[in-house]
Design a protein around this ligand. Structure first.
Ligand SMILES: Cc1ncc(COP(=O)(O)O)c(C=O)c1O
Length: 412
């Protein structure tokens, strides 16, 4: 089959699928000697491998008829019970029951499901600028119209958002706006956290214009200095907010275990959408995590993990001060999570600069990867989660070399 015929055979979605820059970069990042600030993969040393392997043996031997079988799409009831307790511990949420939960294959699947049940080519969806690339990709497949709202150091720009909502309303199109997608805690990719005032203002706007908020929170439990403000779901309730969570960053992403917490009617629709994707998520990892939550206090358990990431953040900031500050770079100090957002002066194009970074074997994700309109951009996302501390120092030094070479080449 020729390339043209192959192209014609594809669906509109198939044709539209692009390879992810992050996945491509991750290939380079595994070259010998490479230092990667690219992907958001957690440090494997933080994975509770001994505990999980013991529990895995136990659940396979004792619960084999459940964990090796198909399970109900909604998920393991034992895990639901444990997760309801966890929601109270982490967020103070105490008004959800089993009907409000759906376990998914990572929260990436939750994003895909939300895209499928809410969006189509007539819909509007509001996202932050920059936004989590995986969410943009998941929503893209439904061909909605994206409206992007600038992100500030304390979260989404509320005035801008209000202007957009007013405008949609004036044009009689507000009903086509399905949800506002936000990552309020230790944002991926920007590292910022939404202030309490902005959370309240966001809820007020969502109420006024009758639109859902999708609160995606993989990083809230990874707080270095102080806990993030109250969750939007906790404040506004399940009539207004769909909360997404995941065990990827607090236990291990290989479990592929995420969760949708929402009104039961939304969960019902999501269950149907999930059935056509994978019938059910793994019963093995769900029961494994249920047992883990029964045996260990997970919030206590992750304290050393949080300490590891805090040290790495501090190392990165120290190295940036030393090597990148003199080159005019600016960055934020994330209060948790895995990412930091760095801006080079105007005139730099971090996508173009990647060629030099590849030669120097240091990797980052260009800021344009996180934008809907991905034109030239002088920012980058730096993840401090994966390399050990000494490699962070070395990698930042290499990055400074990359910037210097680019600067010279471009005469900046
Ligand atoms: C904001 C955000 N949402 C969702 C995900 C997906 O996580 P997972 O599918 O591993 O649960 C990620 C992963 O990096 C993320 O950063």
């Amino acid at each position: 089959m020729t390339a043209e015929v192959f192209e014609m055979k594809l669906s509109k979605i198939g044709r539209n699928l692009k390879s992810s820059l992050i996945r491509d970069l991750l290939r380079y990042a595994t070259l010998p000697g490479a230092i990667s600030f690219g992907g958001g993969a957690p440090d494997p040393e933080t994975f509770p491998r001994k505990e999980l392997s013991e529990l895995a043996k136990e659940v396979i031997e004792e619960d084999y008829d459940f964990v090796l079988q198909y399970i109900p799409t909604e998920g393991d009831v034992e895990l639901k019970k444990e997760f309801i307790k966890l929601l109270k511990d982490i967020y103070g949420i105490d008004d959800v029951n089993e009907d409000n939960l759906l376990f998914t294959t990572g929260s990436q699947q939750a994003l895909d499901i939300l895209g499928r049940i809410f969006l189509d080519d007539e819909s509007y969806v509001i996202v932050e600028r920059p936004s989590y690339l995986g969410a943009l990709n998941a929503f893209y497949t439904a061909f909605p119209k994206f409206i992007t709202i600038p992100l500030e150091s304390d979260g989404i720009d509320i005035n801008y958002l209000e202007g957009v909502l007013k405008d949609l309303d004036r044009r009689g199109e507000i009903d086509k706006l399905k949800f506002i997608y936000v990552v309020p805690n230790f944002h991926n990719p920007a590292g910022v956290t939404m202030s309490l005032e902005k959370r309240k203002a966001l809820i007020e706007l969502a109420e006024e214009y009758d639109v859902f908020i999708v609160e995606d929170d993989p990083y809230g439990a990874l707080a270095f200095d102080e806990n993030p403000p109250e969750s939007i779901f906790k404040m506004a309730g399940k009539d207004r907010v769909i909360l997404l969570n995941t065990f990827s960053k607090i236990l291990a992403p290989g479990l592929r275990l995420g969760v949708i917490i929402a009104d039961k009617d939304i969960v019902r629709k999501a269950v149907m959408a999930k059935q056509s994707a994978d019938l059910c998520s793994s019963g093995l990892t769900q029961r494994l995590v249920a047992r883990f939550l029964q045996r260990y206090d997970i919030m206590d358990y992750i304290k050393p993990t949080v300490e590891v990431y805090k040290k790495k953040r501090d190392a990165m900031i120290e190295a940036l001060e030393r090597h990148l500050r003199p080159l005019g770079a600016r960055w934020n100090k994330p209060g948790g999570g895995l990412f930091l957002w760095m801006e080079l002066p105007q005139g730099y194009d971090t996508m173009e600069m990647l060629d030099i970074a590849k030669e120097k074997l240091v990797f980052y994700i260009p800021g344009s990867a996180f934008l809907v309109e991905s034109n030239g951009c002088h920012s980058m996302r730096l993840s401090f989660c994966l390399p050990p501390v000494e490699k962070i120092y070395e990698g930042v030094e290499r990055l400074a070399d990359v910037v210097k070479i680019y600067k010279e080449k471009k005469g900046l």
